[in-house]
Design a protein around this ligand. Sequence first.
Ligand SMILES: [Zn+2]
Length: 178
Amino acid sequence: MSGRLPVAIDPLRFAETGRRLEGRLLLGGFDRLAPLLSDTTGEIEVELEFGIDDMRVPFLSGHIQGHLRLTCQRCMEPMDYEVDSHFILGLVQSDYEADGLREDYEPLLVGDEPMVLADIIEDELILTLPIVPSHELSACPVTTHVTDSSTENTADEAVNPFAVLSELKKGKTDKPRS
Ligand SMILES: [Zn+2]
């Protein structure tokens, strides 16, 4: 099923012929993405479908899926990040065409020259990344070290009213007995 992805594509021609592509790209091959990764091993799964929609607009519909390792900007340790992203690119040949695109299309400016497929995928990958990658608060080593006591206090405070209530109830029930 998963064939090889071509290096260069002609998006408009692929749209006319309803071409479908499926394959994998190595994360290490993305020069702009690589500095954002703490580990560039692994690959990204790519499914692409080219076509022409009801409004006669050529499009590229894609799904990218993979496992990235980013650097948490709070503790600077590696963090796992799952990519599972769908996108639709409207293939346009001018800014005027881009302005006329449906809301849910991102414009992809295409010309007569073949395009490097990995560049398009890399753009989409970078778009899916968080602006400031960071662990969940509870999973970040820095946070757990620095605010361990304060989070425990918060938890205690949340529990305390009930503890106090139950103490009061005990006191009330105890008093008549004594
Ligand atoms: Zn962290």
